[in-house]
Design a protein around this ligand. Structure first.
Ligand SMILES: [Zn+2]
Length: 248
């Protein structure tokens, strides 16, 4: 028994940090993978950068009320998945800029949580002609600021000395999974967690006119990615994966 306990203790848990611009981004983009990591014994954390205060067709609802509602929706979704904690930064929705302050806040969470894997948007996705959309500017800024935070700032002892003074030591992230709807080199089988993903998405009621239709679209997309993955899976999420060289 003692030996078993020791070996369990020695094996570090996989820790993943997912960074999104708005409440709902992470659940739509990668909650099947998040849920799989948790089910495999890992720990997951969410970092949501904006307050979500522009995410409504209703011009009457106050920013404060909408933010409160969206926080609650995100917290509920995270609870369903078993996410350990959601960090809200509450920068103004639609106005996210890659400033030293934004990078510092992301570095702070990276140094606090110490993730092996970070999941964020691919900042190179500006538009997709085939899928007929322009990527939200907050998504691009979120992706770029998160990559910048991972390298060099989170691992550089001389960056943000005020964080070091708070006891937040440099941290080296090992792997980045970029959410990009068209460019993939890494697939995660989410067949066992796709239902939880659908439940998590359904928490974001304020964001959809017809949530069932949206869920169906996401499920179809996951099935299509499952066909592309090797080995094939019923449902998959896909990423562009970067494994980072460790300091020598
Ligand atoms: Zn978004």
């Amino acid at each position: 028994m003692i030996l078993k306990k020791l070996s369990k203790k020695q094996k570090p848990k996989k820790i993943v940090l997912a960074v999104g611009a708005h409440p709902d981004d992470i659940d739509i983009g990668c909650s099947g993978t998040i849920s799989k990591i948790i089910q495999d014994g890992g720990e997951a954390f969410y970092l949501v950068l904006t307050d979500g205060s522009k995410g409504s067709e209703d011009s009457k609802i106050s920013d404060k009320k909408l933010t409160k509602l969206r926080h609650a929706e995100q917290e509920n979704a995270a609870k369903i998945l078993g996410v350990k904690k959601v960090f809200f930064q509450d920068f103004v929705d639609g106005e996210l800029e890659n400033t030293p302050e934004l990078r510092k806040q992301i570095v702070k969470i990276i140094r606090q949580v110490k993730p092996e894997t970070v999941i964020c948007f691919d900042p190179t996705l500006v538009y997709d002609e085939n899928r007929r959309f322009i990527n939200h500017p907050d998504h691009r800024v979120c992706g770029q600021a998160t990559l910048d935070a991972i390298f060099p700032y989170a691992r550089n002892v001389r960056s943000f000395p005020e964080l070091l003074a708070e006891g937040l030591e440099p941290h080296v992230v090992e792997e980045v999974l970029l959410v990009n709807f068209g460019k993939h080199n890494f697939y995660v089988d989410i067949s066992k967690t796709v239902d939880l993903k659908m439940k998590a998405i359904s928490c974001h009621k304020s964001q959809f006119r017809d949530i069932e239709k949206f869920q169906e679209r996401i499920k179809q997309m996951s099935a299509m990615l499952g066909k592309k993955s090797q080995p094939k899976a019923k449902y998959a999420e896909a990423f562009f994966r970067i494994t980072l060289r460790q300091p020598s």
